[in-house]
Design a binder for this molecule. Structure first.
Ligand SMILES: [Ca+2]
Ligand SMILES: [Ca+2]
Ligand SMILES: [Ca+2]
Length: 163
């Protein structure tokens, strides 16, 4: 499968990507919300529903649920952007990571906060943890420093995907 082949190309001028982005920003917010992104990925890039949902998790770096133009173009221009969806073994790992992430994102808001992280940390450490260990671990995962762990940060920490 060669989903999105035509756009997945560093040669595509920004203006083309921008017009694609604006076409699907139907509420004119300047960001693509979840439904807008789903529509773009499925209608224009030809992804299946499940792939499109995985994609959104990958593109939305800060986990705020909205994709900015910068996040979008960075993802399109990154060689691994589509590889993570197209390549069977990479995609399998992405799916597993998403499942794991969702398990700990108890309130389903798309990021893991400190309370949710505590559960994760205890499970991975197999025991109790003190608060300073917890804070240190959180800090090392939270590379953006916003106090929340996004899926992108989580995936980087799992280190399941080869570059
Ligand atoms: Ca929008
Ligand atoms: Ca959460
Ligand atoms: Ca973060």
């Amino acid at each position: 499968m060669q989903a999105g082949k035509s756009y997945f190309n560093a040669e595509v001028p920004d203006v083309v990507v921008r017009s694609l982005f604006h076409k699907y920003d139907t509420d004119g917010s300047g960001n693509l919300g979840k439904n807008e992104m789903l529509k773009l990925l499925k209608d224009d890039l030809g992804l299946k529903d499940e792939q499109a949902r995985a994609c959104i998790m990958l593109v939305d770096k800060d986990g705020c649920g909205e994709v900015s133009f910068n996040e979008f173009i960075t993802w399109l221009r990154t060689e691994n952007g589509f590889r993570n969806i197209d390549d069977k073994s990479r995609y399998y790992k992405v799916q597993n990571a998403i499942e794991l992430f969702k398990k700990f994102d108890k309130d389903g808001n798309g990021t893991i906060d400190r309370e949710e992280f505590k559960q994760l940390f205890q499970q991975f450490k197999a025991g109790n943890c003190d608060e300073s260990q917890l804070d240190n671990a959180l800090k090392s995962l939270d590379t953006s420093g916003d106090g929340q762990i996004s899926f992108a940060e989580f995936l980087a920490w799992l280190n399941w995907l080869p570059n």
